[in-house]
Design a protein around this ligand. Structure first.
Ligand code: FES
Ligand code: FES
Length: 161
């Protein structure tokens, strides 16, 4: 297998890379673009810590050959805001609700939550729990994460259109 040219939108910026065979999106994001919010946990698709959005849908990047995202749009946690010092409302809510402890699961949790709220602006607690069920957190017991997502949804509701 030969290296391939792969072009895609990364956090709203067009990028082109030469991808070696079998390299994953996770490796490219962390090692080539230094977007280290995308974590390397189990590397087997089981923990969700490497979750990114591909065309707005959450996907585990550790199992995704980077060739498969040619022509698609990838969003990492770093792409949720325009300035490094700015927090996305979900990040604020996670912070306020103590939904982040070691923080290893947090980028994946927030990206999954963003996709949920994009599709279901007013999710129930059960829908939130279902949405994050593929993401493992070893610290929080999940309840604070569910509350943080619910609070972010409620706040979005309060913002006048
Ligand atoms: S590192 Fe990708 S799912 Fe665990
Ligand atoms: S905050 Fe530590 S794994 Fe979730």
């Amino acid at each position: 297998m030969k290296p391939e040219v792969v072009s895609f939108l990364l956090n709203n910026r067009e990028v082109v890379i030469i991808a070696p065979p079998l390299v994953t999106l996770q490796t490219v994001l962390r090692e080539q673009f230094e977007l280290t919010a995308t974590k390397a946990g189990c590397l087997q698709g089981g923990c969700g810590s490497c979750t990114v959005l591909v065309d707005g849908e959450p996907m585990v990047s550790c199992l995704l050959p980077v060739q498969d995202i040619d022509g698609r749009a990838v969003t990492t946690l770093e792409g949720l805001t325009t300035a490094a010092t700015e927090l996305h409302p979900l990040q604020e809510s996670f912070f306020e609700n103590f939904a982040t402890q070691c923080g290893f699961c947090t980028p994946g949790m927030i990206l999954v939550s963003k996709a949920l709220l994009d599709h279901v602006p007013h999710p129930s607690r059960a829908e939130i729990a279902e949405a994050i069920s593929g993401n493992v957190c070893r610290c929080t017991g999940y309840q604070s994460i569910i509350e943080a997502i619910a609070q972010a949804a409620e706040r979005a509701e309060e913002v006048p259109a």
